[in-house]
Design a protein around this ligand. Structure first.
Ligand code: 3PG
Ligand code: MG
Length: 392
């Protein structure tokens, strides 16, 4: 792997910089800026080297369609303020862009291309799309560890067509995760939550052999509850997960790993509602499960008390509404209580998980916080991530 920090003579070089600026947004407002803050070092490095920076990122999952509420505009403005420099956000169709159209004004140092997932070709890892992106620059830098588990055109295929380098944040994340995986102490518990069920449910079975406890919470847990025959009302869930969940429980038995899932829940009639604690069998057709209940919190705290390592990815509940943030906060508090006494090694990962920790100002109490969610879990599985493989 070659590193951008080691490269000389970048003056006037056009650098295609892949970032993960997929920050949580609510009505166009950024609710957590960590992913932006983490890429400031690479921006400053390239500015110092007098490169021309062409930033590519995605936000959300627009699935190949232009969607005005998933524009990079607020993120661009946020970065402009942070670096005190004008950034040009190009909204034109990317296929119409030519290299000579960019950086015409000598004062232009940073240009953003609008959300790359507005183009279906991105997620298809399309060759022509990657070639076209490559034609706009001289070199490629991946500073998006958190989307390096995606074999997408601007992460993976692009490296076939440009000299490619690892960015600063990507390097930091890989080094930290290497250390975590090589020095890990048992018993290890892994808390997996969040709403990206399709991304994460399949990889749980590969994690089981490595862990003593796998705690399934958040949206993912609804699938387990459904599988176990419990009513889940109108809660988010995914179809056709039965065989995956069946495998999860079978493999867990083979490896003596405990699978923990909610014993009681907190529901609302909508996301803005007040909360109501319910036993599993009391969940009504019009209920949304939005947090774990007190019995479940107690069980998870006991497990944390008996763990030497805790890895956490994905919120426990819908923490954006404080009425459903109790599970997240209680678990965070338990982890940091043990961390302060140096009884546990703790790692958290993912954009929303960081947002939870920042809300209660405890991010610094974890041993390591990764910007990556899915990529973090896939790295723990021992998989070679497509974006990293492409740099090697
Ligand atoms: C993330 O938030 O984990 C990354 O930005 C990747 O997003 P994705 O799961 O939509 O590919
Ligand atoms: Mg995310």
């Amino acid at each position: 792997m070659q590193y951008i920090k080691d490269q000389e003579n970048l003056k006037d070089m056009r650098v295609l910089l892949r970032l993960d600026l997929n920050v949580p947004l609510k009505n166009g407002i950024i609710t957590d800026q960590t992913r932006i803050d983490k890429i400031l070092p690479v921006i400053h490095l390239l500015l110092r080297k007098e490169s021309k920076i062409l930033v590519i990122s995605h936000v959300g999952r627009p699935k190949g369609k232009v969607s005005s509420n998933l524009s990079l505009k607020p993120i661009c403005e946020n970065l402009e303020n942070k670096i005190n420099k004008k950034i040009n956000l190009i909204k034109d169709n990317i296929f119409k862009l030519k290299k000579e159209d960019l950086f015409k004004d000598p004062k232009d140092q940073i240009i953003f291309i609008e959300n790359i997932r507005f183009y279906g070709e991105e997620e298809e890892n399309d060759t022509n799309f990657a070639k076209h992106l490559a034609s706009l620059a001289d070199i490629f830098v991946n500073d998006a560890f958190s989307c390096s588990h995606r074999a997408h055109a601007s992460v993976s295929k692009i490296t076939d067509y440009l000299p490619s380098y690892a960015g600063l944040q990507l390097e930091t994340e890989i080094n930290a995760l290497k250390k975590v995986t090589s020095e890990i102490k048992k018993p290890i518990s892994c808390i997996i939550g969040g709403s990206k069920i399709s991304t994460k449910i399949g990889l749980i079975k590969n994690l089981i052999p490595k862990f003593d406890n796998v705690i399934i919470v958040g949206g993912m847990a609804n699938n387990v509850l459904k599988y176990k025959g419990n009513p889940i009302g109108k809660s988010i869930n995914e179809n056709d997960c039965e065989s995956i969940i069946n495998d999860i429980f079978k493999i867990a038995e083979t490896y003596s790993c405990s699978i923990i899932y909610p014993e009681d829940v907190v529901v609302g009639k909508n996301m803005d509602d007040v909360s109501q604690i319910k036993e599993l069998h009391d969940v009504q057709n019009d209920d949304l499960i939005l947090d774990i209940g007190p019995k479940t919190i107690k069980r998870i705290k006991d497990i944390i008390d008996n763990s030497e390592t805790v890895l956490w990815n994905g919120p426990v509940g819908y923490f954006e509404n404080p009425n459903f943030a109790v599970g997240c906060y209680e678990i965070a508090k338990k982890i940091i209580e043990r961390n302060k006494k140096k009884l546990i090694y703790s790692v958290a990962g993912g954009g929303d998980t960081i947002a939870v920790l920042n809300k209660i100002n405890v991010t610094q109490n974890f041993n390591f916080v990764s910007t990556a969610g899915g990529a973090f879990l896939e790295y723990l599985e021992g998989k070679e991530l497509p974006g990293i493989k492409a740099l090697n």
